[in-house]
Design a binder for this molecule. Structure first.
Ligand code: 13P
Ligand code: SF4
Length: 350
């Protein structure tokens, strides 16, 4: 368990981390990417951390892979690569640096380690979990296989390495429908997200999709009624929902896609008003690139993603903690499921 008091005292001795408006002014190019959502006085608190992290990355031959749900100061300040789960998994296969700092949740760091067994993979807070990953174990996969003999198991990447190892292939929200459609069998088991599975079942009616009853604590909170009421009050708003939302919520939306699919859609369509039915940092991270779009409506915070902060990233680079390890036998099996997904995604994209 991370001792925050020790961490803060140690970092304060090693680095000049006092808030600095002068430094914030000097780093205006970075601040310009988050000007709309992070006022300069707030950026003055982040700037010393951003400077220290970027220096340490160079010294330690490290690269930061950050998910789209990271806060703007991480996303725009220190990340080398940003993306959705699929993009991060693909980028992890191309990393040349010796150290990967995964700014996202634990299953993402495990995926990077599975794909880079010889590299050091760090996660700034080992408690950055995921309600979906926690909802299923390899025993759950065995139970599904016993219930639906012969059906392939397509597991969302939001799973532990052990669950990936027990699955036939992985998927992300960006490719789930195509992966399920590509399975030769008529019945396909999807784990662990019941809502993603139900949304995919609608998109691929030729398959009988059966699912595990897990859910994302961020996206399950939205209701179709909320969206209908919002649309009645603000008919000009384009509603864009992540496929981890329940199917009736997705049905009320104008578009549904992975986090990067959402970014591409808003960038392409430039609606005057957009409601992103997903994690809060999504809108913050693209607000400055799209000054003519008003991001409206409520959003939900992922408490796991929000465990990753600039000071924990600095600590991680400073100390080399927490290193993510995966049992080599499990990693080898999990790699098959992840690489199958990446290969199939590349074929689909051609
Ligand atoms: P994507 O970025 O793949 O859409 O996934 C969203 C998510 O919930 C990751 O935890
Ligand atoms: Fe897991 Fe949902 Fe948080 Fe993504 S947003 S990490 S799926 S709990």
């Amino acid at each position: 368990m991370l001792d925050l008091a020790v961490m803060r005292a140690t970092l304060a001795e090693a680095y000049d981390l006092a808030p600095s408006l002068t430094l914030a002014e000097e780093m205006r190019d970075i601040h310009a990417r988050m000007d709309r959502v992070v006022p300069l006085p707030d950026f003055a608190r982040h700037a010393p951390y951003i400077r220290a992290i970027n220096r340490l990355k160079r010294e330690k031959n490290a690269v930061i892979l950050a998910h789209n749900y990271m806060t703007p100061e991480i996303y725009h300040g220190v990340a080398d690569v940003v993306g959705d789960s699929l993009q991060l998994a693909i980028e992890a296969t191309k990393v040349e640096a010796q150290v990967i700092v995964q700014c996202g949740v634990h299953f993402m760091a495990e995926t990077s380690k599975i794909l880079n067994p010889a590299k050091t993979v760090l996660i700034p807070d080992v408690e950055a979990g995921c309600s979906l990953a926690e909802s299923i174990t390899p025993e759950g996969i065995a139970q599904m296989r016993a219930q639906y003999p012969g059906a392939p198991v397509v597991s969302y990447v939001n799973t532990t390495a052990a669950v990936k190892a027990a699955s036939d292939i992985c998927c992300t929200s960006a490719n789930a429908a195509q992966i399920v459609a590509a399975m030769p069998e008529d019945t396909v088991i999807m784990t662990p997200d019941q809502y993603l599975a139900q949304n995919v079942a609608k998109q691929v009616p030729s398959k009988r999709v059966v699912w595990w009853a897990g859910s994302c604590i961020v996206h399950e909170q939205y209701t179709a009624q909320d969206l209908r009421e919002f649309r009645a009050l603000h008919p000009e708003t384009r509603i864009i929902a992540h496929p981890e939302c329940p199917p009736d919520v997705v049905a009320e939306s104008d578009f549904s896609g992975s986090t990067s699919g959402i970014i591409d859609y808003v960038t392409r369509e430039h609606p005057s008003h957009a409601m992103l039915v997903t994690e809060c940092s999504m809108a913050s991270n693209i607000a400055d690139a799209l000054p003519d779009v008003d991001f409206v409506g409520p959003c939900n915070m992922c408490p796991y993603m929000k465990k990753i902060t600039l000071e924990k990233i600095l600590w991680s680079l400073h100390t080399g903690a927490e290193e993510v390890t995966v049992d080599p036998v499990i990693a080898a099996k999990a790699r098959v499921a992840v690489e199958r997904m990446i290969d199939l995604s590349r074929k689909i994209a051609k």
